[in-house]
Design a protein around this ligand. Structure first.
Ligand SMILES: Nc1ncnc2c1ncn2[C@@H]1O[C@H](COP(=O)(O)OP(=O)(O)O)[C@@H](O)[C@H]1O
Ligand SMILES: [Mg+2]
Length: 140
């Protein structure tokens, strides 16, 4: 499925609606280049779960937990994860088998073998792309 969105608000609203349908035990993966809207999406998703905390980047913590919503929300950024052992060390298996919904950013930075393993357990594999019109002026 491809969903086209033309503003930050549309991205947020789309994520919001997706989160309202999210269920315990689900895993969502989210990839896309820097600045395409992953954080915007994640904030909308958290809002859709009824979370009222500020969403901060888990780049250094790997995972941030939020418990103020309808179901627990585990927000990962696996950019700095080197191998499968490190995922084990942060307790990833417990999060996935836990009582909340997981959203994992930047899965495509993981080693191929583990990446595939992870994508197999995902209910939603989301990629955000920024498109340009063919006639857009590329000179700056
Ligand atoms: N359709 C859109 N969806 C999401 N963000 C958009 C959109 N159009 C413009 N933006 C802007 O692009 C930026 C996306 O930033 P961010 O979500 O932090 O990216 P990422 O986390 O992927 O690096 C924001 O400043 C946002 O206002
Ligand atoms: Mg971001």
């Amino acid at each position: 499925m491809i969903k086209e969105v033309y503003s930050e608000k549309e991205t947020r609203d789309f994520a919001y609606e997706m989160a309202q349908k999210a269920e315990v035990g689900q895993v969502y993966c989210l990839d896309g280049d820097l600045g395409v809207g992953k954080t915007v999406f994640t904030k909308g998703f958290a809002e859709g779960l009824g979370i009222d905390d500020d969403i901060t980047s888990p780049t250094f913590t790997i995972v941030n937990e939020y418990h103020s919503g309808r179901i627990p929300f585990y927000h990962f950024d696996v950019y700095r994860i080197g191998d499968e052992d490190e995922m084990f060390d942060i307790g990833f298996d417990e999060y996935v088998d836990g009582n909340g919904v997981c959203l994992i950013e930047r899965v495509l930075y993981l080693k191929m073998q583990y990446q595939l393993k992870l994508l197999r357990i995902c209910q939603r594999v989301l990629t955000i792309e920024k498109l340009r019109w063919k006639n857009e002026n590329f000179s700056t």
